[in-house]
Structure formats: C-alpha cells, structure tokens
Design a protein around this ligand. Structure first.
Ligand SMILES: NC(=O)c1ccc[n+]([C@@H]2O[C@H](COP(=O)([O-])OP(=O)(O)OC[C@H]3O[C@@H](n4cnc5c(N)ncnc54)[C@H](O)[C@@H]3O)[C@@H](O)[C@H]2O)c1
Length: 240
C-alpha cells in the first residue's frame, strides 16, 4: 500500500483517479480548492477508510508525507481557466513548484497532468512529441497553454538539477461521467445538444481532427505511466 496524493482530486479526471487508486489498495489524499471540482464528485469515497479529502489551494505550499503525487489541479476548459487567468497561471506554475518541492523533500515520484494545448495552434497534425508547438504567449489562452508549458519546464529541470523522479503526460480531449456539461468543449457540447434534441454544431469546414480518450483509459494510462522505470519521463523516451 502506498500513500498517494492527487491534486485536483475532486475534479472530473481526479475523482476517477482517486477511485481507481483506492480500488488498487492505496491510501489516497485528495487535495482540491473546489474551484471547478465538487465534493459531490468524491462523495461516494468520503466514507472509505483509506480516503482523505483536504481543501487546499496548491499555489500555497503543502506539507504532507506521500510516496507519489499526481498533479492534476488546474481548471481545464477555456471558460474556467479564463475566469481568473492570473490564478490559472499561478496554479500551473506555483502549483508545480510547490508539488515538485514537496516531492523533493519527501523523495516522492511526481506525475504532471499536462495537455495537448502545449502545442498551441499547431501546424503539424498529428503532433509528434518532438514538435515544440506554436503558442501565443500573450493571448487569452496563454494563461493555460504557457502555464502548462512552464510547468513542464519545471518538471524537467527538477529532473536535470535534482534527479527527481518525474512523469509528464500530455492529455488530449478526455470524456466520460462527471465531465462538466457546460464547459463549451466539443464532447460536452455534442452530448448536451443531442440530449436537448438540437442540431450538433461542427465548427469550420468539418475537416479538422481531434483526439478523444475515454476517462477509464486515461486513468489506466496515468497509473501505468507512474509505474514506468525511473528513467522514463514521457518525453524524448528515456531520460539521460
Ligand atoms: N479533461 C481533459 O480533456 C484534459 C485535457 C488536457 C489536460 N487536462 C488536465 O487534467 C487535469 C484535470 O482536468 P479535469 O478535466 O479533471 O478538470 P477539472 O476542472 O474537472 O479538475 C481540475 C480540479 O483542480 C481543482 N483546482 C483548480 N485549481 C486548483 C488549485 N489552485 N488548488 C487546488 N485545486 C485546484 C479544481 O477545483 C478541480 O477539482 C488538469 O490539470 C487539466 O489541465 C485535462
């Protein structure tokens, strides 16, 4: 049994991850400031003897003893991350610094929930990991895209400088139960329009591509990623 920390654990992806980690027999500390997540998302877990829920904003330091950290805390859709863009950048950057600092102190392994948005408005489709992206540093989406890019930078520098055991996963559109129905993203839009019997909106000429992932598959991937060899961080293959 390991002691695991899930930041953003009361959110859509985090709540599923907490569920799976508990089912695997681990002790799970779920930390969330409930900005977009809710207690209702983890209400079915709160009676579990190995589950603990803590209200905390990861832009502030956290002192706990854990073996592994899954860092998911961050609003994920434009309407949410543009609501308070300064806080969004702080959550990605200060949050990463705080989680990396914690991981260093307690010698924990740490996984970052990064995003396909690190590629910005890409000119290459599909994006190989060697592609560095095309990102606007000063636009309304920059708080999210650049915040996540800076978080990745911090993760790799903590590996280079401190040999911290890091894992970075770049998540593409994920869908499933407990996703936010009104977040304006493509799958939630389709489902909400279908439920209301409305026409389904397809933007542009309909020739664009998207990569979709079901939440259970993503959670499985994150857990498997955490279990990979210490010299595997998820970018450029093996760390050297
Ligand atoms: N869902 C997707 O398709 C997708 C795609 C790419 C990346 N991601 C990443 O995965 C992670 C989880 O996304 P999600 O879809 O579950 O979103 P979500 O909004 O449901 O979950 C994010 C959680 O983080 C919490 N949070 C936000 N700021 C915080 C802070 N400062 N301190 C503590 N908690 C905070 C929120 O309250 C929420 O519970 C995010 O980091 C997101 O960027 C998700």
């Amino acid at each position: 049994m390991k002691k695991l920390l899930v930041t953003g654990g009361a959110g859509f992806l985090g709540s599923h991850l907490c569920e799976r980690l508990l089912a695997a027999g681990h002790d799970v500390l779920c930390v969330d400031n409930f900005f977009t997540g809710t207690k209702a998302n983890v209400a079915h877990l709160t009676k579990h003897p190995r589950f603990e829920l803590m209200r905390h904003d990861i832009t502030f330091p956290l002192y706990v003893e854990v073996d592994e950290i899954y860092n998911l805390a961050c609003p994920a859709s434009p309407i949410h991350y543009q609501f308070d863009p300064v806080q969004t950048t702080k959550t990605s950057v200060h949050g990463a610094i705080n989680m990396l600092g914690l991981a260093k102190r307690v010698k924990a392994k740490v996984l970052q929930a990064s995003t396909s948005e690190v590629y910005g408005d890409p000119q290459v489709h599909p994006q190989p990991e060697t592609y560095w992206g095309r990102v606007n540093p000063v636009g309304p989406r920059s708080c999210y895209d650049e915040g996540k890019r800076c978080a990745e930078t911090l993760f790799f520098d903590y590996w280079r400088q401190h040999r911290l055991r890091i894992k970075v996963v770049r998540i593409f559109n994920t869908y499933g139960p407990r996703m936010h129905p009104d977040d304006g993203r493509v799958v939630s839009n389709f489902i909400m329009q279908a439920l209301k019997g409305e026409d389904i909106t397809i933007y542009g000429d309909g020739m664009q591509t998207r990569s979709f992932c079901y939440v259970d598959d993503l959670v499985e991937a994150m857990i498997r990623m955490m279990a990979t060899a210490d010299d595997f961080a998820g970018r450029y293959g093996r760390l050297r």
